[in-house]
Design a protein around this ligand. Structure first.
Ligand SMILES: C[S@@+](CC[C@H](N)C(=O)[O-])C[C@H]1O[C@@H](n2cnc3c(N)ncnc32)[C@H](O)[C@@H]1O
Length: 282
């Protein structure tokens, strides 16, 4: 397959460090889900509203984390909703039509071929190398997706509009700072096209400010929440930054980040890609 969209190689990046595991990180993932839903006004853009009313319509969320997206969809619709994750941070209480499974997609998903009508994958781009995406992840997603089923990805990029004070941290491997630049995501669209297995590929974007520099109250509310999550996440992973910045400078940076974001009008661009699996390969 053609151009590269994933800048990290398995030797320089350790995704397992960024898998949410403790309670703070799990709550962070849930708040992040709320921010996404509020920003888009919905949990998906695939044209499946009517189909979701049927209990035989099967939905899969890959890398579902604490399962907020799955539970919400299962609460809102009758469809059968499945979540898989390499780590079982699944909810203890869930709707009747929701189920969760532990699985590492790199080793294959525990489902039959052509099983799902719709697959949702959010904030996973950085967890796999280019080669893994091409030879394992996308292959597995297409295996379990029915012909005419929809595949939807949600990702965010921040590098272009982060305050310059964060530049020293860009080599640290922290996902938000290291690889999800806009060009990566444009190439992700090319990557999906080059699979030649999807039709009607649609790419939508939504900007979310960081901090509260907008004159839009919803943007300010979500931007403040997101910045809080990012600061907390920097703190959780502070050890990875100390090769690039002293502890004293790091603490100062965190303290000044809200001001820096407002001053530089920082924002993150969120992207959604959706396409329909072709009946047969051309
Ligand atoms: C950044 S979190 C996103 C969680 C969720 N999709 C969301 O939007 O809130 C990435 C998730 O992918 C999971 N993950 C990472 N590698 C995986 C793999 N090889 N197979 C399955 N899940 C994986 C992590 O455990 C984590 O829950």
């Amino acid at each position: 397959m053609g151009k590269s969209f994933s800048k990290h190689s398995s030797s320089t990046f350790s995704p397992s460090k960024f898998i949410p595991s403790n309670e703070t990180q799990i709550i962070g993932a849930q708040v992040c889900h709320d921010i996404c839903r509020e920003l888009w006004g919905q949990n998906f853009i695939a044209p499946i509203h009517n189909e979701l009313k049927n209990d035989d319509f099967k939905v899969l969320d890959v890398g579902c984390g604490p399962g907020s997206w799955v539970c919400e969809l299962a609460n809102d619709f009758r469809a059968s909703c499945y979540g898989v994750d390499i780590q079982p941070t699944f909810p203890t209480q869930k709707p009747r039509n929701a189920q969760f499974h532990i699985a590492n997609i790199l080793n294959g998903l525990p489902f039959d071929d052509n099983f799902f009508d719709y697959i949702h994958v959010r904030f996973m781009i950085m967890f796999f190398t280019q080669e893994e995406w091409e030879t394992k992840v996308i292959v597995e997603l297409f295996r379990v997706l029915k012909p005419n089923g929809y595949l939807e990805f949600v990702e965010g990029d921040a590098m272009l509009n982060m305050p310059t004070s964060l530049k020293p941290l860009s080599k640290s491997g922290y996902p938000l700072l290291s690889q999800n630049s806009l060009p990566c995501l444009i190439r992700f669209e090319c990557f999906l096209q080059e699979t030649n297995k999807l039709e009607n590929i649609c790419h939508e974007r939504k900007q979310l400010i960081l901090g509260d520099w907008s004159n839009n109250p919803l943007q300010n509310k979500l931007g403040t929440l997101l910045l809080g999550l990012i600061r907390q996440s920097f703190k959780n992973h502070q050890d990875i930054f100390y090769s690039y910045i002293s502890k004293k400078d790091f603490d100062k940076l965190l303290e000044q980040l809200p001001m820096d974001c407002n001053w530089s009008k920082a924002y993150i661009m969120f992207h959604r890609f959706v396409g329909k699996k072709k009946l047969a390969e051309n």
